[in-house]
Ligand binder design. Structure first.
Ligand SMILES: Cc1cc2nc3c(=O)[nH]c(=O)nc-3n(C[C@H](O)[C@H](O)[C@H](O)COP(=O)(O)OP(=O)(O)OC[C@H]3O[C@@H](n4cnc5c(N)ncnc54)[C@H](O)[C@@H]3O)c2cc1C
Length: 399
């Protein structure tokens, strides 16, 4: 096993660090308070080639390997996990097309992402189908002309207010069907020029092919306030057969593939956040003196800082083991993806909570980044499958 980075990986890390250092870190508290959608950072990330990582080279994408993708996401997350969630969501929505789409579908649905900085949404969760997505009721019904009609509502969908394309998981034939399909709905392309900031508005999309999509008001979230999250309702949306990815009955299998890829990326988000929490805590406790000594030199505080460092390092090891397993398509990749996700979520929550504590009263104010990191950390333990679901997967696999 080799822990050294390739020239390409070093180049990626260096590129993202420059973006974070110049465009995110100096302004992060101000950006977060203003709650404006970070199009400018997304645009720069697109120009630098550090988003849309899964798009195949055959259609002028970067087709970045899983390990390098995890490094890129971790580095963006060191800057802000709302921005990395938004960026990562493009791959969440597009990987199923890259893995299971035909060459025509890849050309039609993926090429636009190589041409301008646009966003995609992955629509799985529903109000009554969260951890248990088999309970979803959105469905496509077949019409006499061979096309389908999609109806249903999704919730907590990242990028929904700004998305130029929706990847949707839905039942086939009826809401209680055992089969699930994956359909792709491209809409008018949205960049910063079309919707600079949605504010508190809803978005209505009339589709030229028939039906409409209604995006609810953005959720007012505890953390990750620079990512956009909203509900998405599909009303009589006409779906042509060539908008269905792969076999229209294999959606459950495709979700597993998507989530096996996505969980290490969420782990990368957690590791990036935990590293940032450790860094700002080290900076603070090296400066602040109490009892005649720097806080970082007080033995009990030093012990906490050491515990934070250990969590970061162990989470990063779990992340790269999972990324390697997925890269080599190992049979037990899912097991390690779940381990990485849980370990990174624990590290993010532990480091931000303990880091806030080591800032004392100052950590409880919005003047210090640690308070934002503590708010942002909780979602890492929830999205892409809550902690208990990861433990269910781990338990099932090892028993
Ligand atoms: C900011 C944000 C962004 C998101 N982005 C997306 C997105 O882009 N696309 C998308 O489809 N979804 C997205 N989601 C949805 C997210 O994946 C779900 O919120 C998550 O899967 C949990 O579902 P739920 O909220 O319905 O919680 P529930 O499933 O209702 O779970 C609530 C709690 O019950 C417990 N629990 C649940 N199941 C079990 C179990 N089997 N055993 C023991 N305890 C259990 C856990 O403590 C869990 O936290 C996002 C959510 C948020 C908040």
């Amino acid at each position: 096993m080799d822990f050294s980075l390739s020239d390409n990986q070093l180049m990626y890390v260096d590129t993202v660090r420059k973006l974070v250092k110049n465009e995110i870190t100096p302004h992060i508290l101000e950006m977060e308070k203003s709650h404006k959608f970070p199009w400018s950072v997304i645009g720069k990330a697109w120009e630098m080639g550090i988003i849309n990582l899964c798009i195949p080279e055959s259609i002028k994408g970067f087709e970045v390997d899983v390990i390098s993708s995890a490094m890129i996401i971790e580095e963006i997350s060191y800057g802000d996990t709302g921005i990395s969630t938004s960026a990562m969501c493009n791959d969440l929505a597009n990987i199923v097309i890259a893995q299971h789409g035909t060459q025509e579908q890849k050309e039609r649905f993926l090429r636009p992402f190589t041409e301008r900085p646009i966003l995609a949404s992955f629509c799985l969760t529903e109000p009554a189908a969260g951890s248990d997505n088999s309970m979803m009721t959105s469905f496509i019904g077949k019409r006499d002309d061979g096309s389908y009609i999609l109806n249903g509502s999704k919730c907590f969908i990242t990028n929904a207010s700004y998305a130029s394309q929706y990847t949707v998981l839905c039942k086939v034939g009826k809401p209680t069907s055992n089969f699930m399909a994956c359909v792709v709905i491209p809409v008018d392309k949205v960049t910063a020029a079309e919707i600079p900031d949605i504010g508190n508005d809803t978005r209505h999309i009339e589709l030229p092919t028939g039906g409409k999509i209604i995006i609810g008001k953005p959720e007012d979230k505890l953390g990750q306030r620079l990512s956009n999250t909203a509900s998405v309702t599909f009303e009589d949306v006409v779906i042509a057969p060539d908008q269905i990815i792969g076999d229209r009955r294999f959606g459950f299998k495709y979700i597993v593939d998507v989530l096996d890829y996505a969980r290490p990326m969420v782990a990368a988000i957690g590791v990036g956040l935990a590293k940032r929490a450790l860094a700002v805590t080290l900076d603070y406790t090296r400066e602040r003196k109490q009892f005649g000594s720097r806080i970082c030199d007080l033995p009990v505080a030093r012990e906490t800082i050491t515990a934070m460092w250990k969590r970061v390092e162990l989470a990063e090891l779990a992340l790269f083991k999972a990324a390697c397993k997925i890269q080599e398509k190992a049979e037990d990749a899912g097991l390690y993806a779940s381990l990485a996700k849980n370990t990174a979520a624990e590290a993010a929550i532990f480091c931000s909570t303990e880091g806030l504590h080591l800032h004392g009263g100052y950590g409880f104010t919005t003047e210090y980044e640690i308070s934002k990191l503590a708010r942002d950390a909780h979602i890492v333990d929830i999205y892409e499958g809550v902690r208990e679901v990861q433990n269910m997967i781990i338990g099932r696999e090892i028993v």
